[in-house]
Design a protein around this ligand. Structure first.
Ligand SMILES: [Mg+2]
Length: 360
């Protein structure tokens, strides 16, 4: 089988899907993390596309190596995100060709359903409203944990307004009671010193994990925070380079690592990060912030990977694509999501919606 065409699909609402076509008529679908769509589309069309045309989609190891090595002069996050979309689509093709779900091809299912936490993406929400929706979502879907946003993204110790970060953690804790696994994500918002000060306060409110307390590439600073605090420090959502993860683990910068399959060259590469994390006794909670094809890819990964233990991320934000982009939908029942057992990703895209929302 040979790859004959790569088609980026830019959807309004900041979503970048990619279709990979083959000479046997099987088409795979993937998603690239949508960080800068025009730049990523250019990478897909001018860098990755020419590299993978003619390659066998089963040969993902050679494919990922080629995408990394051949483009080393411009390699980095963008290449890893675009490569991820293509790699995921290749697994979708393999699954469709073999009549098997991706989680089985990855060595699973290790677990049949995935326990998920309610992940808020918002800082423009009052502590009271955040607490209210967490409470309502637990009533409706059975979430046993949730994550709130603290600090300001890359904010150098600012808060949205003075006191918001502590107020939102306190409000959600009070609304949900002690039996709720509460997480706080700073998105690189604090200096190490302030992260330790704030982290101690979050610990007193029973926060389970403190995510990206410091600038995400400041491994020494993050390690200082992890050493000073009792609670788990989480990070790694922006990273893709296996050597960077090695340094992250060697420095004990994180207790929980969060690679994202749509940012880090896809399943085969993140599997390697997972194996290395296992050697350091580090748990995986892969990052997934949207509610798209990539979320489904993440579900297959988590279903197949032993050290993705505990509650896994699941966005609670509404979007025009949510529950409409593909069938079957991803439904949280009693705090758990099941991966579909159809071939590949197990999804059928809503092509009418894609036509309606396509840009360019
Ligand atoms: Mg995060």
């Amino acid at each position: 089988m040979k790859i004959t065409r790569i088609e980026p699909i830019n959807l309004a609402n900041r979503t970048l899907l990619v279709k990979v076509y083959t000479d046997e008529g099987i088409v795979g679908i993937g998603e690239c993390s949508p960080m800068n769509l025009p730049v990523e589309i250019a990478h897909l069309e001018h860098s990755i596309g020419p590299l993978v045309l003619g390659m066998d989609p089963f040969n993902v190891e050679a494919l990922v190596e080629k995408m990394q090595v051949s483009a080393y002069k411009i390699a980095g996050r963008t290449q890893a995100m675009c490569g991820a979309g293509v790699e995921i689509a290749c697994w979708d093709i393999m699954g469709k060709a073999l009549g098997q779900p991706i989680c089985r091809l990855l060595g699973g299912p290790y677990r049949t359903e995935v326990p998920v936490y309610a992940s808020s993406m918002r800082r423009d929400i009052s502590p009271e409203d955040e607490a209210r929706r967490m409470y309502e979502l637990r009533e409706k879907h059975g979430f046993r944990g949730g994550k709130v946003r603290v600090a300001v993204m890359n904010g150098f110790d600012q808060d949205v307004y003075p006191g918001r970060s502590l107020a939102v953690v306190r409000a959600v804790r009070e609304a949900m009671g002690d039996d709720f696994q509460l997480m706080a994500d700073a998105n690189s918002g604090y200096s190490p010193e302030m992260a330790i000060v704030m982290g101690r306060k979050f610990e007193q409110l029973g926060v389970w994990h403190f995510e990206e307390p410091c600038l995400s590439d400041d491994l020494d600073g993050t390690a200082r925070v992890a050493a000073a605090l009792d609670m788990a420090v989480a990070g790694g959502e922006n990273d893709w380079d296996i050597r960077f993860f090695k340094e992250m683990f060697r420095k004990h910068a994180v207790d929980i690592v969060q690679p994202d399959v749509i940012k880090a060259y896809g399943f085969s590469h993140v599997k390697k990060i997972a194996a290395m994390a296992g050697a350091f006794n580090i748990n995986l909670v892969p990052h997934t912030s949207q509610h798209n094809v990539g979320t489904m890819a993440n579900l297959h990964f988590v279903t197949a990977t032993p050290n993705c233990r505990g509650l896994q991320e699941f966005s609670i934000e509404p979007s025009p694509l949510r529950d409409r982009l593909f069938e079957p939908t991803m439904d949280v029942v009693n705090g758990h999501v099941r991966v579909p057992d159809g071939p590949g990703l197990g999804i059928t895209l809503n092509e009418d919606l894609i036509r309606e929302m396509r840009v360019g």
